[in-house]
Write a protein that binds this ligand. Structure first.
Ligand code: FES
Ligand SMILES: [Fe+2]
Length: 391
């Protein structure tokens, strides 16, 4: 590692160990350093749990979605037995990508030479292989399977065989999420975009409410009393969150009258968890929207955006559903456009020779939590997959 990357890591460490009242943002060049990017690939994205979407995105046997972990394409599929599994999306014959996007298939057929796989990754067909000696036995071929866990309706995957199980890792987040019944929310949209920013800038942006009344004044910013923002007392290794309430004039974010799960202030309280490194969501009594990020080099990010509705909201829509959904999706498209504008702006700013770390507000507590997470992963001991020769 060269001297400039070492000095960025020591600058990160300095920020991480300072108390919030004295904290600044992390060194600007950390967002554009190729060495830091390579280190993140090993120590963060090959190590921690990542979220390709909701189990509700693949409700039927054969439904699949695709994703990537660094250079590893994967697909997540619901099997004939109803179980959700993830596999390397790379053919065992000559490495063709097997499936793209999302869809449904009873079996997976490679578009190159037609090898076929069942929903549990086993080769079930491979033509013209009869000449081999010893005899070709397709039973010996199965796609590498990734660890996959479902937590409150979320799918999490990891390449790390040693990763702590999600249920244990997120145990202290559970009480924040459980009351909403997220596992029953109905998935209504999922989109993939590429934005011109570093993934960390977008993660930080999503976590803090400081920008809401300004950058989102035309949308969600208008309904959020900033004094209602609350944070956990502790600092956790794998996640952080904040809560806030929605005022009565809020178009979205308050419980539907038919919601019998939530009581008192929880009927208008939203929780916003971030599961490190890059899965963050706004979980409201009536809807949930999320981002799942993957770096695309240092200056671009793959953004997966999704939206789901509380079941009673979805049921009450009746015939108005198509129109209502078009309206809510257009609304969140607008919120996303507001965020895209600022996170692409700060990506440019972070490369400016005169850019310097800035002081954090109390509302940016989670930005500081994120710096501490980055410090643990990038400066801390290597774990899991990354105990490899590359280190
Ligand atoms: S690469 Fe898939 S069948 Fe040849
Ligand atoms: Fe935002």
């Amino acid at each position: 590692m060269d001297r400039s990357a070492e000095s960025l890591l020591s600058g990160l460490h300095e920020v991480a160990r300072s108390p919030l009242e004295e904290a600044f943002t992390i060194p600007p060049a950390i967002y554009s350093s190729p060495e830091i990017h390579a280190l993140e690939a090993r120590r963060i994205f090959a190590t921690d749990w990542l979220c390709p979407g909701l189990a509700a995105d693949i409700p039927n046997p054969g439904d699949y979605i695709t994703y990537t972990i660094n250079d590893q394409p994967i697909f997540v599929i619901r099997g004939k037995d109803g179980g959700i599994r993830s596999f390397s999306n790379v053919c065992l014959h000559r490495m063709m990508t097997l499936v793209e996007g999302s869809g449904n298939c009873g079996r997976i057929t490679c578009p190159y030479h037609g090898w076929t796989y069942d929903t549990e990754g086993r080769v079930i067909g491979a033509g013209h292989m009869g000449h081999r000696d010893p005899e070709f036995d397709k039973k010996g071929y199965r796609l590498p399977e990734l660890r996959t866990e479902i937590w409150h309706g979320w799918i999490y995957v990891t390449l790390n065989q040693d990763a702590t199980p999600v249920s244990k890792l997120l145990a202290e987040l559970d009480p924040q999420v459980a009351r909403y019944g997220l596992g029953d929310y109905v998935s209504v949209a999922r989109q993939d975009h590429v934005w011109k920013t570093n993934w960390k800038l977008l993660t930080e942006n999503f976590m803090e409410g400081y920008h809401l009344p300004v950058a989102h004044k035309a949308t969600v910013g208008a309904w959020m009393p900033i004094d209602s923002v609350g944070f956990p007392e502790k600092v956790y290794d794998a996640f952080t969150w904040q809560t806030f309430t929605k005022e009565e004039n809020a178009k979205y974010g308050r419980a539907h009258p038919n919601n019998t799960r939530l009581e008192g202030e929880w009927r208008y309280t939203t929780v916003m968890p971030t599961v490190f490194p890059s899965h963050m969501y706004v979980l409201a009594p009536d809807h949930m929207w999320y981002l799942s990020l993957r770096p695309k080099g240092v200056d671009e990010v793959h953004v997966r955006f999704g939206l789901a509705l509380a079941p009673e909201v979805n049921e009450a829509l009746g015939d108005t559903r198509p129109q209502w959904l078009a309206g809510v999706i257009a609304f969140f498209d607008k919120v996303n456009a507001e965020d895209k504008f600022v996170v692409e702006g700060i990506a440019v700013g972070s490369r400016a020779p005169l850019a310097k770390p800035g002081p954090l507000s109390w509302l940016e507590r989670e930005v500081h939590d994120f710096a501490r997470y980055l410090d643990r992963r990038l400066n801390g001991p290597a774990t899991g997959l990354i105990r490899e020769a590359a280190e």
